[in-house]
Design a protein around this ligand. Structure first.
Ligand SMILES: Cc1cc2nc3c(=O)[nH]c(=O)nc-3n(C[C@H](O)[C@H](O)[C@H](O)COP(=O)(O)O)c2cc1C
Length: 187
């Protein structure tokens, strides 16, 4: 199963650090995951403006192809202004509505404070519901105190929740294999 790890920001490093931890726990499961990392900071982003895909730059075309080819996703987002970063929403706007359909997604999010964990529930999950992704009920929200100065996660509860999220993600992966992607409903 091809799992795309999306670091959905062009600034900051904790979102990447959480993905490193998720990768470690995924490898520990012994499941055959083909993990690919997509760090938005490595891409030259362009605003979605309705032009055909081939008129966007190479990076934007590559971004769309990687989303389409993946079987599942771990999406890592920071909280910016009580929401997700514009660059992540812009990436979603690039995708065909079927691109992530019936594919498992787990979310990890990092904010500067505890207060904004519901951004995942209220803002990111509805977008993934629109795509009809199989969003695991587990997501993990981290903030400043959960990390040491080298951005390693030092909070055991966070590590346990990441492990549990990975376990449930594996089950959703099995379910997605059997779920017919060609439905009568082509909306
Ligand atoms: C433009 C901007 C807006 C931010 N807004 C919020 C916010 O509304 N709530 C919050 O908890 N953290 C906010 N933060 C903190 C980021 O979520 C935090 O910097 C990010 O998760 C990455 O952490 P790192 O920079 O230490 O790697 C904001 C940061 C930036 C740069």
């Amino acid at each position: 199963m091809k799992v795309l790890f999306v670091d959905g920001t062009i600034i900051g490093s904790k979102t990447g650090a959480v993905l490193d931890a998720v990768e470690k726990y995924m490898k520990e499961t012994g499941n055959e995951y083909e993990i690919e990392r997509m760090d938005f900071a490595d891409y030259e982003h362009q605003f979605v403006d309705g032009r055909p895909l081939e008129q966007y730059n190479e990076d934007m075309q590559k971004l769309v192809q990687k989303f389409e080819k993946a079987d599942a996703y771990i999406i890592s987002t920071p909280i910016f202004q009580g929401s997700i970063p514009g660059v992540l929403k812009n990436a979603f706007d690039m995708l065909h509505p079927h691109a992530m359909r019936y594919k498992p997604v787990s979310i990890v999010a990092n904010g500067g404070t505890h207060q904004h964990h519901l951004v995942v529930e209220n803002q990111l999950k509805p977008i993934l519901d629109y795509f009809r992704s199989l969003v695991t009920p587990n997501y993990v929200y981290t903030q400043y105190d959960h990390f040491d100065e080298d951005n390693r996660i030092i909070d055991e509860d966070v590590n346990n929740r990441l492990r549990e999220m990975v376990r449930v993600f594996g089950k959703y992966g099995e379910m997605s294999k059997d779920l017919c992607k060609d439905t009568l409903d082509n909306d």
